[in-house]
Design a protein. Sequence first.
Length: 283
Amino acid sequence: MPKKAIQFMIISALAFTFLNVFVKQLLQFHVYQIVFFRSVGSVFFTMGFLLRYKIPIFGNQKSLLVIRSLVGVTSMALFFAAMKHLPIGTAVSLRYIAPIFAAFFAIIFLHEKIKHIQWLFFAIAFSGVLILKGFDTQINTIGLLFALSAALLSGVVFILLRKIGKRDHPVVVVNYFMIIAAILSGILVVPYWKNPVGIEWLLLGCLGVFGYFGQIYMTKAFQAEETNQVAPLKYLEVIFTMAIGLSWFDETYTLWGLIGIFLIVIGLTLNIIYGRANNKVLK
């Protein structure tokens, strides 16, 4: 695997990690306010990109783009809410089970067939969720429900992105998502708005920056090397996030919690490796 692809994916994982960490640090603010700053910060970059390269901002499939954005912002808000109740490493791991939901939706709405062995990999990943809930005494039921709901809606997003396909530029899709998220959260946050103080402005402003660059460098990594070679590296985000959670927030993980997270990551990694090798994967 080329060095550049590894470097790009590590940078991406670190960027998403710091996004997660800053969200956890800012949970004294309402979730809507966090979503607002996360979105506004990214719009600055996406709009700049579209204007620079003279790419039509409104896209070709407006209805699908709006629906994808509404589902995406709901998933984002639920994930941030889950962080209030769960260790950040656990919340990130649970979010990554979205491909399991996407597989069910692909069968129902896209009439796709999933290989038997991929269902085995999904079962391994989902067994990790069951272990987290059944044996890890630190898992909060509300947090778990928020995280699973966020993952379910992310699965819907995968299907919507598949429907959108290549008929719209990826940055157009992200731009729609960020603009609608900014507008919706900006309206909803009005009753809950809290004025940031001092460094809080910087941390809130960095949310969109880290989110944008995490996405950009992940894309660069996929462009530099075959997807099945670099995609498993995105789960470095789980490891990085857990490490910072342990050192920064003094979070702890039980043995059962670590086993559950390991099963989630290994099951989904095997799905990516097998699926790309056979030119079919839900990730």
